[in-house]
Ligand binder design. Structure first.
Ligand SMILES: [Zn+2]
Length: 81
């Protein structure tokens, strides 16, 4: 009977040690979510056709543009009637 108590005590001690070690060294965090940029809708510049995230696109007459130079170039090429 004493032997059984000893075995139970050792198992309990090992279990406690393993539990505290796990608490001190938490497992590595789960992979971080991809940056929001990758999830953004992509649009293409109406002038040069380059793809860019929607929040970086410059809205203009005739579509969205990658920048002010292309917006003005497109608007010069397609003047209002
Ligand atoms: Zn462009």
């Amino acid at each position: 009977m004493k032997f059984l108590l000893f075995v139970v005590a050792v198992v309990a001690l090992l279990w406690l040690l393993r539990g505290s070690r796990r608490g001190a060294n938490p497992p590595p965090a789960v992979k971080p979510a991809p940056p929001p940029d990758e999830l953004q809708a992509m649009v293409s510049c109406a002038h040069c056709g380059i793809h860019l995230p929607q929040n970086e696109a410059l809205p203009g007459r005739g579509g969205v543009f990658c920048g002010e130079p292309h917006r003005s170039a497109f608007e010069k090429a397609h003047p209002l009637q």
